[in-house]
Design a protein. Structure first.
Length: 255
């Protein structure tokens, strides 16, 4: 049930020689890769540099890609690469406007990601809503249907899983999320993108197996998992010398 991939450092975090070695390792192992590109607006040309070195391919997903040139977006489209926006983190951390509209104009189908759960939460419904609202505010071009496709079939395609999942199609895995359409927050159901939330998830099937029913996880001891999580948190904090009374905050090494 798990598909392995490599999250690489990319040209903004290491040398191009290392990027080439990382991508070659992924190719040797038959794995897809992801790379974060965040500083295009600072004058860098990371995608053009990758293309110059012959390192763009259809097995890499580029996350964020804020501020890169229109020609670089076209380079990604031509190479068959995929892109993923993390709108909440991109806005919160000052990466720039999510590039949804520019990506579509270049022939790319954006996918959606969180990037940083501690910073932005892990709510993919909220991610859809932010992506939709921002682009609608910028140029009014985005439709709810576009965002639903980003979250389903486009995401599956970017992960190399379009033949298995992403749409309800004969022959694919029965990966299905059933939402309560009678809840007043989303009635009628056409408002899922604008007003959907995790509390609406009634039933979840993974490859045809029910893992959530009536809003509750099936065969999962959630209290036990929560206990293990707290114990892990405490162990890591103790090893790092971090108090858990709210007094700790990171300081520059110079202090």
């Amino acid at each position: 049930m798990v598909t392995m991939a490599l999250g690489l450092r990319g040209p903004e975090m290491t040398t191009m020689d290392t990027v080439a070695e990382d991508l070659q390792l992924a190719a040797d192992l038959g794995l897809r890769t992801s790379v974060h590109i965040e500083s295009g607006g600072a004058g860098g040309r990371p995608i053009a540099e990758l293309l110059e070195h012959g390192l763009l391919s259809d097995t890499t997903t580029f996350v964020h890609a804020n501020g890169i040139g229109d020609d670089e977006l076209r380079m990604l489209a031509h190479a068959g690469s995929s892109v993923s926006i993390s709108p909440d983190v991109e806005l919160k951390m000052g990466f720039g406007w999510p590039e949804t509209g520019r990506m579509l104009a270049a022939g790319l189908r954006p996918t959606l990601s969180i990037d940083d759960c501690p910073s932005a939460g892990g709510d993919m419904f909220a991610t859809m809503r932010t992506a939709y609202a921002v682009q609608r505010g910028l140029d009014g071009s985005l439709r709810s249907r576009d965002v639903l496709e980003f979250a389903t079939v486009d995401g599956a395609r970017a992960c190399g899983l379009a033949a298995r999942t992403g749409s309800i199609t004969p022959g694919k895995d029965a990966d299905v999320i059933l939402l309560r359409a009678d809840d007043l927050t989303v009635f009628p159901a056409g408002t899922i993108v604008a007003a959907g939330h995790p509390g609406l998830v009634d039933t979840v099937l993974v490859a045809g197996r029910v893992v959530k029913r009536d809003g509750r996880l099936v065969d999962v001891d959630l209290p036990a998992l929560q206990t293990r999580l707290v114990e892990s948190r405490n162990r890591i904090a103790a090893a790092a010398g971090i108090p858990l009374d709210g007094t700790w905050h990171p300081r520059p090494e110079s202090e």
